[in-house]
Ligand binder design. Structure first.
Ligand SMILES: [Zn+2]
Length: 360
């Protein structure tokens, strides 16, 4: 994973979390039934009912242009390439691994895409939509199959429930705009990589990535956020604390990943520490609850009192969250994936917003 992190071209931006999961046999047929990239730049999909989708974006590399892709369960029968026009170079349908279908949209060099604004939206039990670009010149529709075929089995009320359930998970709570100031502290940095886990995965890289996403998510909700470090610099503990104290932050959240003694692969789990006060404890509880939700199977090591320097010496409610064991088989395999780091970041942001809306 070291390679993964050091190569900037391989910065995956996962667009999405997971949807309602249904377990399908590995060798089932592709869950992708039809797709259509419209002249307005909107990609529409029809899938099997309750399909789990994962969408990704990758910036251009030497070999490929900017790419957006979605993985569907079920294996594609005939891989194919469809020529694009306008900002679309081509669309590929493939099977990256056995039992999967991948729809890749590759962009030309000159494109006006803004991946950070992309949202894949579930319209129905079997329909999806994402706006990929706004055509500057006319764009000729590319499609296979009929995306608008209604799912006959779905009744109106079921549909409503389904959509609400999804969005409950995806949406972050609303809070008062421009009221709060949060300091996020990505642990370690520079010459201090923190924990080194399976395959060389480094704590400093993982927690910096997660912290940046937390910052983005909170900023979108009208929270002012500062990171104690934005890159790989050597930053001692006292300046992290004095920064938060000097700037009168409302809360301080230090993000770390664990390593077990003897690098035991069977030790996994999440824990959140606070030093004092009911506010610190409440913040820790909110965050712990959310990170557990996105880490099924990983043990709950609980909310604990800890005497870590950064939470002991900060004046405001402060927590230190350990988002998993980089030495643990289960946690490491997840934390090396950008989609999971995004889920964790989302969970931390959700815990913070819940705390601020109640106690902030
Ligand atoms: Zn650490």
């Amino acid at each position: 994973m070291l390679k993964f992190f050091s190569n900037k071209l391989f910065r995956y931006l996962s667009l999405f979390l997971f949807f309602n999961t249904s377990i399908s046999p590995v060798r089932s047929s592709s869950a992708l039934a039809a797709w259509e990239l419209n002249s307005n730049g909107i990609l529409e999909l029809r899938t099997k009912t309750n399909t789990k989708l994962e969408a990704y974006f990758q910036k251009s590399s030497k070999k490929y242009g900017d790419r957006f892709w979605i993985d569907f369960p079920g294996e594609l029968i005939n891989p194919r390439i469809i020529k694009g026009n306008g900002p679309i170079k081509e669309i590929r349908l493939g099977k990256p691994i056995e039992g999967k279908t991948r729809l890749v949209v590759e962009f030309t060099e000159k494109n006006n895409i803004k991946p950070l604004t992309w949202r894949l939206v579930g319209l129905d039990q079997n329909r999806w939509r994402i706006k990929l670009f706004s055509p500057s010149k006319s764009f000729k529709r590319i499609a296979e199959g009929v995306v608008n075929k209604k799912n006959i089995k779905s009744k109106t009320n079921q549909k409503a429930n389904y959509v609400r359930k999804e969005f409950d998970y995806i949406q972050l709570p609303e809070i008062k705009q421009n009221k709060f100031f949060v300091v996020i502290d990505p642990g370690h940095g520079g010459p201090d990589p923190g924990a080194i886990g399976i395959g060389g995965i480094r704590e400093t890289d993982v927690v910096l990535d997660v912290s940046k996403i937390v910052k983005k998510l909170l900023s979108e909700k009208g929270v002012k956020v500062k990171l104690t470090r934005k890159n790989e610099i050597d930053l001692d503990l006292p300046p992290r604390v004095s920064f938060a104290n000097r700037t009168n932050a409302d809360i301080f959240v230090s993000i770390h990943a664990n390593a077990s003694r003897g690098k035991r692969r069977d030790i996994n789990g999440l824990e959140t520490f606070y030093y004092r006060g009911w506010r610190g404890r409440l913040l820790a509880k909110r965050i712990q609850k959310q990170i557990l939700k996105v880490s099924p199977g990983s043990p709950d090591r609980g909310v604990k009192q800890g005497r870590f320097y950064v939470i002991k010496n900060t004046k405001m409610p402060a927590v230190l969250v350990e988002i998993g064991f980089l030495t643990g088989r289960l946690d490491a395999r997840r934390l090396e994936k950008s989609v999971h780091r995004k889920r964790i970041a989302f969970a931390i942001a959700k815990g913070i917003l819940e705390y601020l809306s109640r106690a902030g």
